[in-house]
Design a protein around this ligand. Structure first.
Ligand SMILES: NC(=O)C1=CN([C@@H]2O[C@H](COP(=O)(O)OP(=O)(O)OC[C@H]3O[C@@H](n4cnc5c(N)ncnc54)[C@H](OP(=O)(O)O)[C@@H]3O)[C@@H](O)[C@H]2O)C=CC1
Ligand SMILES: N[C@@H](CCC(=O)N[C@@H](CSC=O)C(=O)NCC(=O)O)C(=O)O
Ligand SMILES: [Zn+2]
Ligand SMILES: [Zn+2]
Length: 380
């Protein structure tokens, strides 16, 4: 048994004391896991645009002070009463989309949106309504049920999956969000078919992973769209057949019209990976009449709304969304790791930057710069 089991652990964490302020490196106390919970030593965490979104204060669920972070991998340190699925020393990936396998949603076969603990994770508390983090005498909120910006975190047993311990956590942490989300959105949510045409708006980590999914699905034409010309090389490396920078089109040419012309009436599948509601509209309207399907992945700030003429839907285009790529973490992630280990799935290629936990704010700066796909943080 771990010498720390049952005791509080003092460790380092990046604390978000308030919105729009840099994270603060602090010593925090992490309480032992209660019944149904697991305490995890986080080894690596990715920085996702959604962490930045919540830190910026635009997330209606953002509660401060908190420990953010949701793209993490680590090792089980100890388990709470009644936990039989996990044991100390196991290599795990944290799941911001939980999987309990028992709730109505998990059993429906129609969605990955397990609701067993969603109400709690949205409010930044554990399922008994309390918190496990304390700093300077104050309790800190949890985030997305994961809080990976701490050297130790406590999560529900539904919010993690055990994976092959030979897989490098420096890489597999990214399966906790961005890569899985994009890949799953193409392969599981949209179910892109062989020979179909695809357009992806926003070529960050999520957009590149949609490209990877479209390539695996054998799409015939894959059009990448981004305002940053530097993304052309990235998109082509991930299998895009075409790249368009909408800001470089002639003044009288709209991106929707250009795409519809290029593809004989529009695309079979489009994806928004920007979080911009105007782009979401373009993505829908660039779909082929009668059957085109547009999938929203990007997260838009509180107060933002999407709009289009209902005629767009009446005439057969479909608008849908995807969370965590429709992927069920416990059921599906071990298989994705196996593909990665067999070199049939990219992860390493997305990593452009590394930082140590002490430099996590520098990681956020990298994330906001145009040349960062994913920055991974060494939590040691
Ligand atoms: N639904 C889900 O489960 C998940 C959703 N997300 C969300 O997905 C989105 C993408 O995440 P991520 O890949 O990490 O973010 P990134 O910021 O890395 O990627 C977004 C890309 O979109 C580009 N972009 C911005 N505006 C436009 C525009 N008007 N037209 C074309 N391209 C544009 C950006 O360009 P530039 O570099 O110039 O800014 C950037 O390359 C975010 O909103 C994130 O919150 C993330 C994970 C899971
Ligand atoms: N709290 C946010 C929620 C934004 C959102 O849609 N989150 C995505 C994951 S983004 C990961 O990087 C998601 O999975 N949503 C489904 C869910 O159950 O939250 C807001 O309210 O804007
Ligand atoms: Zn994310
Ligand atoms: Zn469930």
């Amino acid at each position: 048994m771990s010498p720390t089991a049952g005791k509080p652990i003092t460790c380092k964490a990046a604390v978000a004391w308030e919105a729009s302020k840099p994270l603060s490196l602090e010593t925090v106390e992490v309480a032992p896991p209660k019944a149904g919970e697991v305490r995890v030593k986080i080894t690596w965490t990715g920085l996702c645009h959604t962490d930045y979104y919540t830190l910026s204060g635009n997330d209606p669920e953002g509660a401060f002070p908190a420990i953010l972070g949701h793209e993490g991998a680590g090792i089980v340190e100890s388990v709470g009463e009644g936990v039989t699925e996990f044991k100390e020393g196991q290599s795990v990936i944290l799941l911001y989309t939980a999987e309990c396998k028992q709730c109505k949603f998990c059993k429906s076969g129609k969605t990955n949106l397990c609701q067993s603990i969603r109400a709690y994770t949205g409010r930044g508390v554990m399922p008994d309504e309390t918190k496990r983090f304390t700093c300077k005498g104050k309790e800190l909120f949890h985030f997305m049920g994961t809080s990976t910006f701490s050297q130790y975190t406590v999560v529900s047993q539904y919010s993690l999956v055990a994976v092959d311990d030979r897989a490098p956590q420096e890489k597999t942490c990214l399966l906790g969000c961005g890569i899985t989300t994009g890949y799953g959105a193409a392969t599981k949510t949209a179910k892109v078919e062989e020979g179909s045409t695809v357009a992806v708006f926003g070529i960050g980590c999520v957009g590149l992973a949609v490209l990877e999914g479209a390539v695996h699905s054998k799409a015939s034409r894959i059009i990448a769209i981004d305002l940053n010309d530097e993304k052309e090389a990235w998109a082509k490396k991930f299998g895009a057949t075409d790249f368009i920078n909408p800001s470089k089109l002639p003044k009288d040419k709209k991106i929707v019209d250009h795409l519809v012309e290029l593809t004989d009436g529009g695309l079979d599948y489009t994806f928004d990976c920007t979080g911009n509601v105007k782009v979401m509209r373009d993505a829908l309207e660039a779909c082929h009449k009668g059957w085109g399907v547009s999938t929203i992945i990007g997260v838009a700030a509180a107060g933002q709304e999407i709009s289009t003429r209902p005629f767009q839907l009446v005439t057969g285009r479909k608008w849908q969304g995807s969370a965590f790529g429709g992927v069920k973490g416990k059921t599906d992630l071990p298989g994705i790791i196996e593909k990665y280990m067999n070199k049939q799935f990219k992860i390493d290629e997305y990593i452009t930057h590394h930082v140590k936990l002490d430099d996590i704010n520098k990681g956020f700066d990298y994330m906001k710069s145009g040349d960062c796909i994913r920055c991974v943080t060494d939590m040691s």
